[in-house]
Each structure stands twice: as C-alpha cells, then as structure tokens.
Design a protein around this ligand. Structure first.
Ligand code: GUN
Length: 283
C-alpha cells in the first residue's frame, strides 16, 4: 500500500542518462577522488564511487593520502587539481582527519570543478535561489529531491521537515525544498519536542546518524520519508528510521538501497554537468 522509495531503482535511470551523455564527449570527463586517512565508512563510499564511475565509462582516479598528511600538502594537491585541465571535477572525501581545517580545504576547490557542490560559491548560489541547472548541487540532497520527484511528490505548499542541520545534507536539502515552494521546518539537536514537528510532516527527511530515531508514532500517515542516516552497529547498517514499522503507514526509503546509490549517481551526473558547463560545445 505504501511505496518503498528505492534509490537502487531510481539511480539506474540517472546512471543510464549519465552513461549516454558520456558517450557523446570527444574526450571523456574525468573524476578524481581525494581520500585522506582510513575511515572505514569512507573507504566503502569511495570504493563505490570509483566502481560506478568506471562502470558507466567515466575516467576515475583515487588519490589516497595517509592520515598524517598535513594541511599545506593537501592544499597544494587541491590547487594542482584546480589547474589540471585533464580533471573535469574532484571531491575531497569527508570527514578529514581532525588536524585539517575542512572549511579551508573545501573553500580552495574551484567551484567549476566542485562536483560535490560543497564550496561556499555553489552552496551560496543554491541559498540565493539561483537556477539549480546552472550550479553544481550537493549530491546527497540532490539525490533526495530526485527520488521524491521520481515518485511524483508535489512540494508546493507541503510541510517538509528536515531533521539534521549539517552543511552536506540538512541545510542544502532545506534550500532545495524552499526553492520548490515547500514550507520547511529544520529540526536539530536543540529542538524541543521533535515529535510535534515530525508528526505534521508531509515530507520528512532525516539525516542525523541515530539508529531508529524516527519510530512509526513520529510519522504522519501517508507521508514521504527519506532516510539519509547511516550507522553501523555490530557490523550491521542502520538508518535513522525504523523502516519495518514506518513502511506500514508511510512511503519510506530503506537503508541500504535508499539514498546511498542516489548520492553516487548524482555525483557522476555532476561530473557530466561540470564538463558541459566548462565546455558547452563539447557535447
Ligand atoms: N562524506 C559523507 N558524504 C559525503 C559526500 O557526499 N561527499 C564527500 N566528499 N564526503 C562525504
């Protein structure tokens, strides 16, 4: 009765389009992923990004740096990638080791190559409501929106509640929802009576990282629930939503096979988009 919002399914169409677009370029776009340290979750994400890029015929290179890489060396690499004309776009996988100033590194990325959509320029343009077509959007929030659009969710006038206010999900997804004329509430760790907000949500997006935070009693019947959270407990992956019970009263994305594949697909679409923006006559 209620739909499982399948990122695996929706991402297939996006990857299919990216693959078709790639075939039209004389010179293939190239993605570089910079990964510093040895965070186990990042290891998995980075592996998936490289694998999917190669599967659709994109050039993809992983630059893996040791945990003790210093900030200067990382900045030097970012600047070199900015200048390297063979690189269409690149990302710096987060989190970075604690001794590195993340904002400084992200701020050094050329916005035209910022295929994660994390730079102040791209985030700022999103916040200003500048045409989303003209900017590189953060992959995970863009994936959330694409997924809802695929399931024909109408945003206008709907109450969208975002739980979590991170720079990489909560804040940008709230901007995208505003751009679509939803009425947006952002909840966070300082919010009192979370349930009072979530129970009124027509669209509920949760990106916190607390297993099963959102139980069925916190969800309105028939709502669309997108679970962005991932936590590993005893080697098992959990989302922020109690999927087994929530799916009995609302449409819901699972973890895994929900937002994860969408993030990868949107990242690769952004590489194609970056190439088109950099060289509109190349396609
Ligand atoms: N860490 C968690 N999600 C992401 C993402 O989408 N991009 C990067 N660079 N790091 C992340």
């Amino acid at each position: 009765m209620y739909s499982i919002l399948s990122g695996t399914e929706v991402s297939k169409a996006i990857l299919f389009k990216a693959k078709n677009d790639l075939a039209k370029f004389d010179k293939k776009p190239k993605l570089v992923i910079v990964y510093v340290g040895n965070d186990p979750a990042s290891e998995v994400y980075v592996g998936m990004k490289i694998k999917k890029a190669q599967e659709i015929g994109m050039d993809a290179e992983l630059k893996k740096l040791p945990d003790n890489t210093n900030q200067e060396d990382l900045l030097t690499l970012v600047n070199a990638l900015n200048k390297d004309s063979s690189v269409t776009g690149f990302i710096v996988q987060l989190p970075l080791p604690k001794h590195i100033d993340t904002a400084k590194i992200i701020g050094a990325i050329d916005p035209a190559k910022d295929v994660d959509g994390f730079t102040p320029t791209n985030i700022g343009k999103l916040f200003l409501g500048i045409s989303e077509e003209s900017i590189l959007l953060s992959a995970t929030p863009a994936g959330v929106i694409k997924m809802l659009e695929h399931y024909k969710v109408d945003f206008k006038g709907k109450h969208a509640v975002v739980v979590g206010r991170s720079n990489i999900v909560g804040k940008p997804v709230a901007s995208m929802l505003l751009n679509r004329n939803a009425t947006v509430t952002i909840c966070h760790s300082g919010t009192k009576n979370l349930a009072d907000h979530t129970k009124t949500a027509d669209i509920l997006i949760v990106a916190v990282g607390k297993p099963k935070l959102i139980t069925a009693d916190l969800v309105k019947k028939g709502a669309y629930v997108i679970d962005v959270g991932t936590s590993k407990v005893n080697d098992k992956l959990y989302g922020d939503v109690d999927f087994e019970n929530v799916i009995k009263k609302a449409h819901c994305s699972p973890v895994p096979k929900g937002v994860g594949p969408m993030t990868v697909a949107m990242l690769l679409s952004n590489v194609v988009k970056a190439k088109m923006h950099q060289n509109p006559s190349s396609i």
